[in-house]
Design a protein around this ligand. Structure first.
Ligand code: ATP
Length: 293
């Protein structure tokens, strides 16, 4: 009988992003605290009779050809196990595209996890993680999910228990602002790493203890210096979302998404009121304990 699997593919936010320096291989050495959130795409895998990998998604910015990360993930997996591709992949896109929320990476991670289940392949977690790293540096994290300190290019991961009870998260995505991750890194000018090390070392502890007042004082995302300079509207969204004084507000990844952490949904809703009338898409979510799959 032909199988169908329905998978949840959650987004991530960066609770702090420290870009240390550019390495000899051209990548940047990073430190970031990554946290899964409840905002998720739904990825459906279906075995079909027709040969090939067929992608369906009605979001205009998501490619349907072999450049889609789900296509690349399925190809790597099926080749490894010499399985002839006869697969339909449907992506119900809820995560804003090219927004710094790892939308493509999490879809790819869902495909790896789903195919391992669909074809009942005895594959170890480290093997799965290694395959995931071929697609992009965020993919190993989103495959596992939860809370992690990510180092190296983002692929060296140390996992932690996320804070409890879960913090509320507001995601605010300015409409019409496009940021290329590559552009942001290429234009980043490194700052004083000694000062940053001191601040960064405290972020995880304050976040895990839900100590938002202390977290607000140390949290930073180095790529804000690039993205906010080019797109002042992102800075404005940050200021508005922070205006109740209750949240911790930061840009995620290379942007343009801005997130706010709040103790509860009520304070998140109060903060969102300040965004009324702005050209921004808003989601009120919460941090998630692990990948929802
Ligand atoms: P990151 O936070 O990992 O840097 P992002 O959230 O900024 O990623 P994505 O949503 O993954 O960015 O999209 C980046 C580009 O990748 C899009 O412009 C799109 O053309 C392409 N892409 C390929 N596969 C997908 C997918 N499954 N979903 C969304 N975009 C995809």
């Amino acid at each position: 009988m032909k199988k169908t699997l329905i998978l949840q593919a959650p987004a991530k936010i960066n609770i702090g992003l420290w870009v240390k320096h550019k390495r000899a291989d051209g990548f940047h050495e990073l430190a970031s605290i990554m946290q899964t959130i409840s905002l998720a795409d739904t990825v459906t895998l279906k075995e079909i009779g027709e040969p090939g990998i067929h992608i369906f998604c009605d979001h205009p910015d998501v490619p349907l050809d072999s450049t889609n990360l789900v296509h690349r993930a399925a190809t790597i997996f099926l080749e490894k196990f010499s399985i002839e591709p006869r697969l339909a992949i449907n992506i119900d896109k809820k995560i804003p595209v090219a927004a710094g929320l790892a939308g493509g990476s999490t879809d790819a991670a869902a495909v790896f996890a789903g195919l391992a289940r669909m074809y009942d392949k005895p594959i170890t977690i480290p093997d799965l993680m290694a395959m995931a790293a071929h697609i992009g540096s965020d993919v190993p994290f989103v495959l596992h999910g939860g809370l992690a300190l990510a180092e190296g290019r983002g692929e060296i991961l140390k996992f932690y228990e996320p804070p409890r009870p879960p913090l509320a998260v507001v995601i605010a995505v300015p409409v019409g602002v496009k940021v290329s991750t590559r552009w942001a890194y290429e234009n980043y000018v490194p700052g004083n790493n000694q000062v940053k090390e001191e601040a960064f070392s405290r972020i995880l502890e304050f976040f895990r203890h839900r100590d938002l007042d202390s977290l607000r004082r140390v949290i930073f995302n180095d790529l804000e210096s690039v993205t906010l300079h080019r797109h002042p509207e992102v800075e404005k969204i940050k200021q508005l979302l922070a205006s109740t004084g209750e949240g911790v507000v930061l840009m995620s990844g290379s942007g343009p998404s801005v997130f706010g952490l709040f103790h509860d949904r009520k304070s998140a809703i109060r903060a969102v009121k300040a965004l009324h009338g702005e050209p921004v898409n808003v989601f009120i979510e919460h941090i998630a304990r692990k990948n929802l799959q």
